[in-house]
Design a protein around this ligand. Structure first.
Ligand code: RTP
Ligand code: MG
Length: 149
């Protein structure tokens, strides 16, 4: 089954939205297979956002991601990469639909609460960047037959 990397950014942690955010993914029917609270190093932040390193917002983004604890997660399920991006909503919370995490809780692009991998290749890369193999748990919830045919 497909896996994605999601991270609740320092603003989501500071605003006490960890439970709310996890709850949305959990009740959708996705399975949490990796979870930890991380004080992100500059090296990890720069690697994670490597694709944006030439962009003007890159230094501020790295400062922000390293400014406080981040909740790093791996979620599993059919189509979880694209579906999690929908649940998260558009990058700028002012453009994100109500009902999405960013649409319901955010007002600014630089404080958009959560990261989600945007494609299978980035999901694979980000999962291995943030987690060791032994930190991921292979399990299936007993409700699986009630989620999938
Ligand atoms: P993310 O990678 O954090 O999940 O966000 P995303 O895919 O929706 O957006 P992306 O284009 O990958 O941008 C990464 C993060 O950079 C910040 N950003 N700031 N000031 C700006 O114009 C600007 N543009 C992007 C955002 O925090 C965005 O989440
Ligand atoms: Mg992105």
């Amino acid at each position: 089954m497909e896996r994605t990397f999601l991270a609740i950014k320092p603003d989501g942690v500071q605003r006490a939205l960890i439970g709310e955010i996890i709850s949305r993914l959990e009740s959708k029917g996705f399975t949490l297979v990796g979870l930890k609270l991380v004080k992100v190093s500059r090296e990890l932040a720069e690697k994670h956002y490597d694709v944006h390193k030439e962009r003007p917002f890159f230094p501020g983004l790295v400062d922000f991601i390293t400014s406080g604890p981040v909740v790093a997660m791996v979620w599993e399920g059919d189509g979880v990469i694209a579906s999690a991006r929908k649940i998260i909503g558009a990058t700028n919370p002012l453009n994100a639909e109500p009902g999405t995490i960013r649409g319901d809780f955010g007002v600014s692009v630089g404080r958009n609460l959560i990261h989600g991998s945007d494609a299978p290749e980035t999901a694979t890369r980000e999962i291995s960047l943030w987690f060791k193999d032994e930190e991921l748990v292979n399990w299936q919830p007993t409700i699986t037959p009630w989620l999938y045919e």
